[in-house]
Design a protein around this ligand. Sequence first.
Ligand code: FES
Length: 230
Amino acid sequence: MSAQEIYIKVVQDGPYMVYGDPKIMEQIIVTDEKRISVGYEDGELYESNGVVALCRCGNSENAPFCDGAHKHSNFNGTEYASFEPFINGADAIEGPRLTLLDNSDFCAYGRFCDAGERVWKLTQLGHDELATREACDCPAGRLVMLDENDTPIEPSFEPTLAMLEDTALKISGPIWVKGGVRVESADGRSYEVRNRQTLCRCGQSENKPFCNGAHAAPSVRYKANKRKGI
Ligand code: FES
């Protein structure tokens, strides 16, 4: 492992340790008047000199950083996610030119897949531009569009950890891990390195360490920024 490698280490029943000093920031899901997700807006940029611990249990009073709350909240951070490559669990939806891969194990409930028309139908009907945009806006990487040569069409990202805020629903979302940052499990194994994926920070996902949308459930409605009064 390079000394400069940017990676995230999952701590058993504890936080995410972040190494290599990637950019850490807040990003807000932008919606239109119909509350359809249409893009992202940059929020606060966090200072990160050296190794950083990010909250994984959802209880920190100093989110997105860990304040040790997991020790007092009986946080069970057991990882249930598969180490198999994304493609092994993905369905393929064929269009006239493009193919959409969909692995529903990874869903951050960002709702970009339904920005006007649903991405699955758009793909089948050959509405390639909008279908590709919807797939590429999916923060969790649940949706990946393949071109006519079966090459993934991916946005270009620098290594960044973005704390998602969902102002339309007035909740916080997961950590959007962008740009091929490796995630290492508590037992030392690496998950597939991907351009887009989302890590749970509400503590409630059943696919830990990845987000499965549980933060948006009525019984959870995760809010990371209680200290800001949002
Ligand atoms: S942040 Fe999405 S399930 Fe926890």
